[in-house]
Structures are given as structure tokens and as C-alpha cells.
Write a protein that binds this ligand. Structure first.
Ligand code: ZN
Length: 427
């Protein structure tokens, strides 16, 4: 008896993976590999121009090259891969995201928006497919602002809006950004040249994990971003009157902490149920508080965001009016100091439409949502129309944390959507 029958067909059987599924696995493998470039073992910490950051950049450049792109670095340390058009000197559709991380961050934040397009380019390169426009994939060197307390360094350099004043910012070891850049071979004088001439860019589209639970709860793998929310931030200080917790009758109190609590609850109520509007009291402090003392002083923060600036401004105005009312009623003095105010950055409707079409082409429902977090696309909006494709993350949408996760299936679907988007892209 023949135990090993000779197969009729001697050609080794190779499962024909659908292109996009293969892409998804590739993206997950690369994400794992890139996460090994870290400053701290057993977690992902990759801040601007550290050895881990340099080696991650080299790895990205290698993958870009292998995918058929010409790779260059600019003086901000951005890694840029260009997949040529079918004609020379064509303007580029630009995509990308950041490869720096927060301390103990997640491996998909930023990195996904670089690795996914590289995987797609590799497929086009293998198939010999080119477009009437070039495709540039940027690994932005810095977005999070961890090392030098200044954010969006890579994309601001690419957009020509780099603030030269931040070159004097120092890291925790006392080195200025200028010194650290020079030691890495990047020179401030070349920063101006990092800026894309606006005419060379057709649009900027960023793929990013959502960093929130909306797509997860809606059971959707991807979504189209409507706008990157504007944000207003305040630090609030309340002065009341400290007193003995046992001797001051309730009606005679001027309790600073309870005034803060009432304001916090108003912010929550005011922002509830309004799509795209969020309000947060993330810091709340009773300085020198004690269990047996009526609080005389309270400090807290307010952060209000919305995709629509008018909606945010209306909420801020209501909160400030309520603060006045509460101050009078409770006989406390309240000082609200604005510490940050950023306009929202709308995503271009024509690009949102083309992303929606690409999602429909993948037989997926189209969901629009605002981005509450800032992204490189904000900076790129200075030179071109921008759009963002959000990809679902797992674990309740947690990000900036090692529990940040996504699936290979979602990476595959997002790659398919991105592929449709680029293949159908028209300006
Ligand atoms: Zn990010």
C-alpha cells in the first residue's frame, strides 16, 4: 500500500491570499517589529532623535526602499518615501503619520499611518502599477512633543510652519533641540527646505487609529474624520473661606471645592448629548486640604473640544457665565485663565467624499466622526487640503498605552479602503 500517494499536480499549493488580507498581516508584523525600537526595554518609548528613534527611522527607510520608493530624510528627521508617478515631476498625493511615541505608548499610534501606505505601495510596486500622480509617504519624526515640549515638529517642518523658537527648548538632560539635532546631522538652517512647495502637493490624507471607542461601539472597522476638533483650555482658581468642618454651619460656608464640583457637573451637563462636543475636568486639586477643614481654595482645569468652533465657543461662553453665577451665589472669587485655544481643522469635503466612496467600494458602511485628538494633518492643513481615515482600535479604544490594539482584519480592510481611495483619487 502506498502511504504517500503522489499528488497529481506537483506544483506546490499556495493559498492565494486576497491582496488586502496579506497587507493586514504585513502591517501587523511591521508594527511589532517597529515597536522593538524603544528607549526602554519591555515598553514602547521612542522620543525625538534618540538612538531608538534613529534606528526606527532606518527601519522605515529600508521598508520604503524595498516597496519601490525613493527615500530621503529632511532636516527635521522626517523619513519620506516617494513612489513615482507614471510621468516625471508629477505633484504628489501625500500621506503619513508620526513614528515618535509617548512614554510607554502603543505600537499603532502614528506608526499605522506610515506602515499601511508602505504595504499598499508594495502591492502596487509588485503589480507594476503607477498613477498619474506621485505618492509620498512621510514618517513624521515628531508629533507628541514629549522630549522638547513642542508638538508636531515633523509636520510643521513639512508644512513650512516650524517655529524656530522651539529650537532653544531643552530636554530633561538640559540639551537644546538645536544641539541634539546638530549631533544627529540635522541642521536648523536646512529646516526651511523641508517645507513642501504647496503646488507639489495634491492633498494630505492621514490614516490613524481612532484612539477612542466610537468605531468599536458602532462595530465598524473604519470611519471618515470630519474635522480635527478645536480646543479651549482653562486653569481655574477658586478662593473661598477655609473653616472648621465641625463649627461652620452649612449656610455660612464659602466652600471652594464644592464650587469647583458644581462647575464640573455643569460642564458635564452642558457637553452631554451634543455630538462632537466634549468637556473634561482632568485636574482637580484642593491645596493643603484636610478632612476636617472646609476648603478655602480649589484649582482645576477645563478642556472643551468640538469639531465645530461655533459649538465650542457657545459651550465655553455658557461655562464662563455659569462660573460667574456660581461665584456670586456661593460668595467665592473665581479666576478662569485661558491657557490654550486652537481652532478646529476641517477635513476637506471633497476628500471626505472620496474616502466615503472608497469605504463603500469595500462594502462597508460609511461613518463620519470628529477627531478629538490632534494629528499631523492639522499642521499639513497649512499647505493643502487634508483628510483622515480612522481605524478602529480594541480594548475600549485605549491609546497612548501599551494596551492599545487593533486587528489584522481591520488593518486589511483599512488597507483595502486606502487602496481604493488612491486608485480612484481625482483632484
Ligand atoms: Zn498619533
Amino acid at each position: 500500500m502506498e502511504l504517500h500517494p503522489t499528488p497529481l499536480n506537483l506544483t506546490p499549493y499556495k493559498a492565494a491570499l486576497p491582496v488586502a488580507a496579506d497587507c493586514g498581516n504585513q502591517i501587523m508584523r511591521w508594527s511589532d517589529e517597529l515597536a522593538r525600537h524603544t528607549e526602554v526595554e519591555d515598553m514602547l518609548t521612542r522620543t525625538y532623535l534618540t538612538p531608538a528613534h534613529h534606528s526606527a527611522a532606518a527601519q522605515l527607510a529600508e521598508w520604503m526602499c524595498a516597496a519601490g520608493m525613493q527615500v530621503r530624510r529632511d532636516m527635521a528627521g522626517n523619513v519620506i518615501g516617494r513612489y513615482e508617478a507614471d510621468t516625471a515631476d508629477a505633484p504628489a498625493l501625500v500621506t503619513g503619520s508620526h513614528f515618535d511615541s509617548v512614554r510607554n505608548g502603543g505600537k499603532y499610534d502614528g506608526n499605522l499611518g506610515i506602515l499601511l501606505p508602505i504595504a499598499c505601495v508594495q502591492q502596487w510596486h509588485n503589480a507594476g502599477k503607477r498613477f498619474p500622480f506621485a505618492l509620498e509617504v512621510i514618517g513624521f519624526a515628531e508629533e507628541e512633543g514629549v522630549r522638547f515640549k513642542a508638538t508636531l515638529l515633523g509636520s510643521r517642518a513639512a508644512a513650512g510652519t516650524f517655529d524656530m523658537a522651539v529650537l532653544d527648548n531643552r530636554d530633561d538632560d538640559g540639551h537644546t533641540m538645536r544641539e541634539v539635532m546638530a549631533a544627529s546631522g540635522f541642521h536648523a538652517v536646512g529646516l526651511a527646505k523641508a517645507a513642501y512647495p504647496p503646488k507639489s502637493v495634491l492633498a494630505f490624507v492621514e490614516v490613524h487609529i481612532e484612539q477612542g471607542p466610537v468605531l468599536l461601539n458602532a462595530e465598524l472597522p473604519v470611519g471618515v474624520v470630519t474635522a480635527i476638533s478645536g480646543a479651549s483650555r482653562f486653569m481655574v482658581e477658586i478662593h473661598g473661606l477655609a473653616g472648621h468642618a465641625g463649627t461652620v454651619p452649612m449656610e455660612m460656608r464659602r466652600d471652594a471645592a464644592m464650587a469647583a464640583a458644581e462647575i464640573g457637573l455643569f460642564i458635564e451637563r452642558r457637553c452631554q448629548g451634543k455630538p462632537g462636543l466634549v468637556g473634561t475636568v482632568g485636574m482637580l486639586n484642593v491645596p493643603n486640604g484636610a478632612a476636617n477643614v472646609v476648603p478655602g481654595r480649589a484649582l482645576f482645569s477645563i478642556d472643551i473640544r468640538a469639531g465645530d468652533d461655533a459649538v465650542r465657543h457657545a459651550a465655553v461662553a455658557d461655562v464662563l457665565a455659569e462660573i460667574d453665577t456660581i461665584a456670586q451665589r456661593r460668595n467665592v472669587s473665581i479666576n478662569a485663565r485661558k491657557t490654550h485655544d486652537a481652532m478646529s481643522v476641517p477635513c476637506a469635503p471633497w476628500l471626505q467624499q472620496q474616502l466615503a466612496t472608497a469605504i463603500s467600494s469595500s462594502n462597508l458602511p460609511v461613518r463620519h466622526l470628529p477627531s478629538g485628538a490632534g494629528h499631523d494633518a492639522m499642521a499639513m492643513a497649512a499647505i493643502t487640503d487634508v483628510a483622515m481615515l480612522f481605524v478602529r482600535c480594541g480594548n475600549g479604544g485605549i491609546s497612548h498605552h501599551p494596551d492599545e490594539t487593533m486587528t489584522a482584519a481591520d488593518a486589511a480592510l483599512a488597507a483595502q479602503v486606502f487602496t481604493h481611495f488612491v486608485e480612484q483619487f481625482r483632484k
